[in-house]
Design a protein around this ligand. Structure first.
Ligand code: TXA
Ligand code: MG
Length: 342
């Protein structure tokens, strides 16, 4: 299969690309689509054959359920059997945007999408291209991140092409993903909101929006599952975000980090960090700060490290506030939960 890439940077190009994507989705095909978090690999959520193609193209484990994307609030009603007060507040505050909410599913949603669970994850993306594709297809769109399973997620059309070329008919290019980390995934039980995966909507933002609820972060967000521990979200079980290079995640003061990075000077290693540290390491580097804007670069850097043939990526843990929690969640997984304490 030859993969075409369609731009959306003029009104005509936008219309043509969005119509083509909607048409392919309606025909049961899978399409690479831009969202504000990461690129998604989208298919008609109500078409089981199309859903199977997603798992095949990504090499995704069958037990990992998909997020269903909608373009308006009306689409939600057909997918869920209950909304509830807290979920309603969450979606009114954060949709469209980088928040995925778990609901009890309706009968319309097949077990192929939810990996057999009786719940369904739903998100309304804010990216104009994604929303318009869903609206024109007139069907909810199931989409995991558009990467080969286990690899870093994709934040540009080029990344998607690198992973999925010849496996999908179309990638719609909507520019670089603005947030660059996947959505925050939450589940709600009674008065408790549990964060299963941190993302663009921070814990602090959720707490401020629903002060009456108890907001907790699932323990497995920052540590591996214990033997026999039940995964609150199937995604917690699997290997994620790993480039071919070994990611060495370290923790310590700046001086020690610089010295540690320098000890890799005779190896094919790249340091990712603040510019003032980078220049002192004496090894190759990508400059990067732990803030919202630059967090969006992390998957691109992990992919670049492979493209440029590095064997090691040296990076330090982020400060655990705002986007930092989401970053550490990804970095810990990329490093197999190993932290080098300096
Ligand atoms: O930002 C995002 O969420 C992107 C874009 C494309 O929207 N999508 C994405 O999908 O990251 P994916 O498949 O890579 O991650 C979905 C996560 C997985 O960890 C999965 O286990 C979890 O959501 N999930 C999906 N349905 C669930 C459910 N019913 N209960 C618990 N966790 C669920
Ligand atoms: Mg993913």
């Amino acid at each position: 299969m030859i993969t075409s890439v369609m731009k959306t940077d003029t009104k005509e190009a936008f219309d043509t690309a969005v119509n083509k994507a909607a048409e392919l989705i309606n025909k049961g095909e899978i399409v690479g689509i831009p969202t504000e978090t990461v690129y998604g690999l989208g298919a008609d959520a109500l078409n089981e054959e199309a859903i199977k193609k997603i798992f095949l193209a990504k090499g995704r484990p069958q037990d990992n359920p998909l997020i269903v994307h909608i373009s308006d609030f009306d689409m939600l009603k057909g997918l869920v059997s209950e909304i509830g007060e807290i979920r309603e507040k969450l979606i009114k505050s954060f949709w469209p945007g980088p928040l995925t909410v778990i609901f009890p599913k309706s009968d319309a949603v097949s077990g192929h999408v939810t990996a057999g669970l009786d719940t369904v994850a739903v998100r309304m993306p804010s990216h104009k291209v994604a929303r318009e594709i869903i609206a024109r297809a007139k069907t909810p769109v199931a989409a995991p991140s558009a990467n080969t399973s286990g690899k870093p997620s994709t934040t540009s059309a080029e990344h998607v092409y690198a992973d999925l070329k010849d496996k999908i008919p179309l990638i719609v290019d909507g520019g670089n993903a603005e947030i660059g980390l996947e959505s925050t995934v939450v589940t709600v039980k009674g008065n408790t909101v549990t964060i299963l995966r941190p993302g663009g909507v921070s814990v602090e933002m959720i707490k401020n929006t629903i002060p009456e609820a108890e907001v907790i972060v699932a323990e497995a967000v920052l540590r591996p599952l214990k033997e026999n521990e039940e995964a609150l979200s199937p995604g917690m079980k699997h290997k994620h975000y790993s480039p071919a290079a070994k990611v060495i995640l370290c923790e310590g003061d700046d001086e020690k980090i610089v010295a540690f990075a320098n000890s890799y000077r005779n190896k094919k290693a790249v340091f990712i960090g603040k510019e003032d540290l980078c220049v002192k390491t004496g090894i190759d580097y990508f400059t990067y700060v732990n803030n919202e804007e630059e967090a969006s670069l992390i998957f691109d850097y992990l992919r670049k490290a492979d493209d440029k043939g590095y064997d090691f990526v040296i990076i330090s843990l982020a400060k655990e506030e705002g986007i930092g929690l989401a970053l550490n969640n990804r970095l810990l997984r990329a490093a197999g939960f190993e932290v080098t304490k300096l």
